[in-house]
Design a protein around this ligand. Sequence first.
Ligand SMILES: Nc1nc2c(c(=O)[nH]1)N=C([C@H](O)[C@H](O)COP(=O)(O)OP(=O)(O)OP(=O)(O)O)CN2
Ligand SMILES: [Zn+2]
Length: 145
Amino acid sequence: MKITKQFRFEAAHRLPYHDGRCRREHGHSYLLELTFEGPVRAVDPNDPQSGFVVDFGRIKQIVQPELIDRYLDHHDLNQTVPEIPYTSAEHLAAWIVGWCMRHVDGQPGIGAARVHSARLWETISALAEADRNDAIALGYAPPTP
Ligand SMILES: Nc1nc2c(c(=O)[nH]1)N=C([C@H](O)[C@H](O)COP(=O)(O)OP(=O)(O)OP(=O)(O)O)CN2
Ligand SMILES: [Zn+2]
């Protein structure tokens, strides 16, 4: 089953190769929808994770300080994420999935859940959605054997 946790952040960026106004420094109020997939845990009175794929709170505990606050919220994305060659919504979404593959998958409290995809809303009408294959294809995660 899949579960999704939302995060919001404000950030500046520019797309220097764009042929319109996005060449200039500007900002967005981004909405990130981060989806994880895994088995639903059995209901067990001794398991506080009963009936969950993974606790929404545990996802937030990792992602908010280590991804959103450190790299994204109130940052200039062209500066803070140097391994991204271009801060399009497509690259940002794929980088976020790659980051979660490296920093969330397998962490204590995450259990068997794995990041599935990221939907990154750049404006109220525009979003990019990336999955694990996109993260690998764009070089943000190592190929899986
Ligand atoms: N495929 C992509 N196209 C564009 C991206 C992108 O990341 N991927 N980024 C931009 C700009 O950074 C910015 O997001 C402008 O987007 P746009 O939807 O054109 O924004 P508007 O507010 O002008 O759009 P409305 O139609 O008024 O909602 C450009 N393209
Ligand atoms: Zn933009």
